[in-house]
Design a protein around this ligand. Structure first.
Ligand code: PGA
Length: 248
């Protein structure tokens, strides 16, 4: 796991977008794993800008989003699908048929998760997955616990996670769905390349636990220590609890 500390969130986001654009140039049919949340917003902004000036061509690429709230239709303004439309899909030429999403309104969650894993397998798995990290160490919606699951699955969201997502629901945590569907640890750990972004003081402890702590399901992101090509890109605030020895 390689840590990179950028001077600012903006610099990290610009570097991340440039990195993705380069990966798409090298492999136009790139399969991307995409996150939601506050963290990737500037990356999407940068990618949209690159696309607008012809420096990013997603016409042969595919995307798989990491997770979705359970019980929401895709059109719900609080859904991750709606977030992605607002911040990214509406503004770039990624063909609709190659945008993959978990359907939070599917009647049979188990069948929906199996469908999603099968679609991802048929696409050959993720080439590059962008991740954020929860303050509790989650990646996608793989929440901390006694164990972790490899396949896509239905998950009960922790209190901290529901609070962190209240912004999508008029800042009312009680409106945040109790459950979600998420890619499992398998899809993430099998991605060819992982870039995890973390910004701000609120992520400092989770980042230190991920980078230096024991590999434990209590901090799902710590499993990225086992990945062959995982990079953690942070701003100074998010990196401040990582010890000097673990710094580049
Ligand atoms: P955030 O969420 O980007 O809104 O902080 C990150 C995550 O929960 O993975």
């Amino acid at each position: 796991m390689k840590l990179r500390v950028f001077d600012s969130e903006q610099q990290a986001a610009a570097a991340c977008a440039a990195h993705i654009a380069e990966a798409v140039r090298a492999r136009p049919s790139l399969v991307l794993g995409l996150p939601t949340g506050r963290t990737p917003l500037n990356v999407y902004r940068e990618l949209v800008a690159l696309s607008a000036r012809g420096a990013l061509d997603l016409s042969r690429a595919s995307s798989f989003n990491l997770d979705e709230f359970f019980g929401l239709v895709p059109e719900d303004a609080g859904s991750f699908r709606a977030y992605m439309e607002r911040h990214f899909f509406q503004h770039v030429k990624l063909p609709r048929e190659r945008i993959h999403f978990l359907d939070g309104s599917a009647p049979d969650a188990e069948a929906e998760c199996a469908r999603y894993d099968a679609e991802l397998a048929a696409a050959g798995g993720l080439d590059v997955v962008l991740l954020g990290i929860g303050g509790n160490g989650h990646i996608a919606f793989n929440e901390p616990g006694d164990s972790l699951l490899a396949p896509c699955h239905r998950v009960k969201l922790g209190r901290e996670t529901r609070l962190a997502n209240a912004g999508l629901f008029g800042d009312d945590p009680t409106r945040v769905p109790m459950e979600a569907l998420t890619l499992g640890m398998g899809a993430i750990l099998q991605a060819k390349r992982v870039v995890l972004l973390a910004f701000g003081e609120g992520k400092a402890e989770a980042v230190a636990a991920m980078v230096e702590g024991p590999v434990t399901p209590r901090c799902p992101a710590s499993f990225l220590q086992l990945h062959r090509d995982a990079e953690v890109w942070v701003d100074p605030e998010a990196g401040r609890r990582v010890s000097a020895q673990a710094r580049p």
